[in-house]
Design a protein around this ligand. Structure first.
Ligand SMILES: C[S@@+](CC[C@H](N)C(=O)[O-])C[C@H]1O[C@@H](n2cnc3c(N)ncnc32)[C@H](O)[C@@H]1O
Length: 219
C-alpha cells in the first residue's frame, strides 16, 4: 500500500496499471481531484474505488461539474446546497438526535440573548463547543458561550449572568419557535437529499465516461 496526497499533482506517479486508487470517505476536493487525476493521467490504472463524502469541502464557491453532461446544467449549487445530501443521520441513534435537538435549540436561544446584549440583529453562528455542555444546564452553556465570544470576562459564573430569569426563559421560548421553523425548512430540503446526491455521484461517473473508461483502466 502506498499513501498519496490526493491534492498534489505528484500523485500521478502512483497512477499506473499495477495500482488501484482507493479513497474512502474522501471529502470534497480530495475525491474530485483524484478522479480528475485518473481521467487526465497519461497511464491507465488498474481500478479506482472512491466513496465520496462532504461534497461542500471544496475550494470553489459554486460547484463546478466534472462531466460534460452536467457542465451544461443550469443548476448552481453553493456549499450550503452541497451539504444537503449529508443531512441524513444514518448512525447515532436516539441519544445523538436528542442532543442535536438540544444543541440547535440552545444555539438559537443563545442568539436572542446575544442580540439583546450587543444590539446586533443578524444571526451569528457559534463555533464548536465541548459537547458535555449539552448534558448540563442552559445557564452553563450561556456562560461558556459569552466567555468564548468575549462578551463576558472569565471570572463570572453561571449565577451572575447579565440576564435575569425572565430573559433566559424568554430566550428559550423564542429559540424553540425558531427551531420549529428550522425543522420545517429542513423537512423541505430533505426531499432533495437523495436526488442531489445521485446527481453529484452521476457527475463523477460521467466524468470517467467522458475521458473513456477503456483509456483510464488497464482492464
Ligand atoms: C473522512 S476521513 C476518511 C477516513 C477513512 N478513509 C474512512 O473511510 O473512515 C478523510 C481522510 O482523508 C485524509 N486526507 C486528508 N487530506 C488528504 C490528502 N491531501 N490526500 C489524501 N488523503 C487525505 C485524512 O487523513 C482522512 O483520513
Amino acid at each position: 500500500m502506498q499513501q498519496g496526497d490526493a491534492l498534489s499533482n505528484d500523485v500521478s506517479r502512483l497512477l499506473n496499471q499495477h495500482n488501484t486508487a482507493v479513497a474512502l470517505h474522501a471529502c470534497g476536493d480530495l475525491h474530485t481531484h483524484l478522479i480528475s487525476q485518473c481521467c487526465n493521467s497519461a497511464q491507465a490504472i488498474k481500478q479506482l474505488a472512491v466513496a465520496p463524502c462532504c461534497y461542500h469541502l471544496t475550494a470553489d464557491d459554486i460547484y463546478q461539474p466534472l462531466s460534460k453532461a452536467e457542465q451544461g446544467s443550469l443548476l448552481s449549487l453553493d456549499r450550503q446546497d452541497l451539504k444537503i445530501p449529508l443531512q441524513e443521520t444514518v448512525t447515532g441513534g436516539q441519544r445523538v438526535s436528542r442532543l442535536r435537538d438540544i444543541e440547535l435549540h440552545w444555539r438559537l436561544s443563545f442568539d436572542f440573548l446575544r442580540q439583546s446584549l450587543t444590539g446586533e440583529t443578524r444571526y451569528k453562528p457559534l463555533p464548536a463547543f465541548p459537547k458535555k455542555l449539552l448534558s448540563g444546564e442552559f445557564n452553563d452553556f450561556v456562560l461558556w458561550t459569552l466567555i468564548n465570544r468575549e462578551l463576558l470576562s472569565d471570572n463570572h459564573d453561571s449565577d451572575n449572568l447579565p440576564f435575569n430569569e425572565r430573559e433566559m426563559s424568554q430566550a428559550l421560548t423564542e429559540g424553540a419557535e425558531k427551531l420549529l421553523v428550522v425543522r420545517k425548512l429542513e423537512w423541505l430540503q430533505s426531499h432533495f437529499r437523495r436526488v442531489l446526491e445521485i446527481w453529484l455521484v452521476a457527475d463523477r461517473a460521467y466524468a470517467i465516461v467522458d475521458s473513456g473508461s477503456h483509456r483510464i483502466f488497464s482492464k
